[in-house]
Design a protein around this ligand. Structure first.
Ligand code: BES
Ligand code: MN
Ligand code: ZN
Length: 508
């Protein structure tokens, strides 16, 4: 699993399998052409013999040049059209390369870089390596057996040979901070729910972030009750693993004096951290219930994002708040019919204990606004199955009460490749979640527009004037098939797009 990524100088002696880059329309890169000459046209010869190889993004052709030279294995990697190759397409190419050659008895891959119309060679090198690493991610903590002798060996090093190695290295390191945050989020989602529960999760957050200078505050179940956080407390009460709320403060805004930094605007991120969602007394059906270990994906994205901001020393102040609870059925579990009182004082009639995420979020959102008056608050939650019905695994349903914030998120989405789709907030749904018995009820009056009524419910906990976005990541946090830069299962969705949002619009 451990992969060394280095950026040696162009005149370094190469010993691994060589990656020669080629464009669909512009042909072999200059570096690859030079190599081809030293190999008496082996590469161009192979390309001629393999007419089906077009050089599309991520397409590969393997060849074994014969003769006296020391290079015995070459992989031609397609980059698509010269004018069109951008950062995301380059990462796709890198990810596809990893999928094919991470476990192919190759110890070292040497990439000969090039540039495209849109990318300088050092940036192309960095994105290619980053795409490779994103796909190379492998969560094998629970495998007890070591690999057998005859199993294909894992790759151990990736070397990117560029004319500007120092620039390539620093470009890669910047990307790597985001990747490290996304990997933390993936790890958290992939961790089994008997290992990751509110108390253990809170400790992991502290262990991960405190050394990076992030201030951590943990509220235990008693403190939550004392504060009057009836939402998160109710959801967690049926489990012997008691709920927690974790607050992460990252202070990176530049200022001449410390006290000034404290007053600098803060960015607020809230995450749903239901470490396992059985549905509670409104029990979910058995098939695939194991996947409900991913119901803390929103919180994982917040933790990963804060890690990224800290690693790269982002010039902003950010607060992350995650509500951690396990939703279990038991003799002391909350039930349909219960009326609970939230931190904001609003009462909620519980109609379905499986609509638990919004109860957890309600307390987190109120506490965030009251305590930190953030510049905006963005929550991430695996909130509804209905968002999967609407948008599948491809798009994250995003509800935003501010057009400027949405435009910024849309730009960040395009840059990061994490796809957002704006969904509607409407007064009709705001009314629909009002209860005859209490202030609110935790489900809509029908099953229709389930993601929208859930968002409208959260809207009841957003104060007048707070800019707010709700990201329903139930479809995007977890996948059962591979994507070019995201292997199946926990995806880490949210870290990249929100990091881009912060980097583009909220630092300075
Ligand atoms: N955690 C689920 C939503 C979910 C479903 C996440 C599928 C990932 C994949 C959430 O707590 C839930 O159970 N929502 C209910 C709400 C309903 C009872 C109003 C749902 O979507 O069915
Ligand atoms: Mn649920
Ligand atoms: Zn849930």
């Amino acid at each position: 699993m451990s992969l060394k990524v280095t950026f040696p100088k162009t005149d370094t002696k190469l010993a691994g399998a060589l990656i020669a880059l080629t464009f669909e329309d512009a042909g072999l890169s200059p570096q690859a052409e030079k190599l081809d000459k030293t190999l008496d046209g082996s590469i161009t010869g192979a390309l001629k013999r393999n007419q089906s190889f077009k050089g599309k993004v991520g397409e590969t052709l393997e060849l074994y040049p014969a003769g006296k030279n020391e290079i015995d294995r070459i992989i031609v990697l397609g980059l698509g059209k010269y004018d069109e190759l951008d950062a995301l397409k380059t990462e796709t190419a890198g990810g596809t390369l990893a999928a094919k050659f991470s476990k192919a008895d190759i110890d070292t891959l040497d990439i000969l870089t090039t540039h495209s119309k849109k990318l300088k060679s050092e940036d192309l090198a960095a994105h290619l390596a980053n795409g490779f690493v994103l796909r190379h991610y492998n969560f094998d903590r629970y495998k007890s057996k070591k690999k057998t002798e005859d199993a294909p060996k894992d790759i151990s090093a990736l070397r990117t040979v560029d004319a500007h190695p120092a620039k390539a290295k620093s470009a890669y390191e910047a990307l790597s901070h985001v990747t490290q945050g996304a990997f933390l989020a993936r790890d958290l989602v992939n961790t089994a729910p008997n290992e990751l529960y509110p108390d253990s999760y809170a400790k992991i957050i502290e262990k991960e972030l405190k050394p990076l200078g992030v201030e951590i505050e943990i509220f235990d179940d008693k403190k939550l009750l004392k504060l009057g956080m009836g939402g998160i407390s109710a959801v967690g009460q049926g489990s012997s693993r008691k709920p927690r709320m974790v607050i992460m403060r990252y202070n990176g805004a530049p200022s001449s004096s410390k006290s000034k930094a404290k007053n600098a605007p803060r960015l607020g991120f809230v995450g749903k951290g239901v470490t396992f969602d059985t549905g509670g007394i409104s029990l979910k059906p058995g098939p695939n219930m194991d996947e409900m270990k991913m119901d803390m994906g929103g919180s994982a994205a917040v933790v990963g994002l804060i890690k990224t901001l800290a690693l790269r020393g982002a010039k902003c102040n950010a607060v992350g708040i995650v509500g951690l609870a396990e939703n279990m059925p038991s003799s002391i579990a909350y039930r349909p019919g219960d009326v609970i009182t939230t931190y904001a004082g609003k009462t909620i009639e519980v109609l379905n204990t499986d609509a638990e995420g919004r109860l957890v979020l309600a307390d987190c959102l109120s506490y965030m606004q009251e305590t930190y008056s953030p510049e905006f608050v963005i929550d991430l939650a695996t909130l509804t199955g209905a968002i999967l019905v609407a948008l599948g695994h491809e798009y994250c349903g995003t509800f935003v009460n501010d057009d400027t914030l949405w435009k910024q998120m849309e730009k960040a989405s395009a840059a990061s490749g994490e796809k957002l789709w704006r969904m509607p907030l409407d007064e009709v749904w705001t009314k629909e979640v009002e209860s005859e018995v209490a202030d609110l009820q935790n489900t809509g009056k029908s099953r229709n527009a389930g993601s929208c009524t859930a968002a409208a419910f959260l809207g009841h906990f957003i104060n007048e004037g707070t800019r707010w976005a709700h990201m329903d990541i139930a479809g995007t946090a977890w996948r059962k098939s591979d994507q070019p830069t995201v292997p199946k299962f926990g995806s880490g969705f949210g870290v990249r797009v929100l990091n881009d949002l912060v980097a583009k619009y909220y630092e300075g």
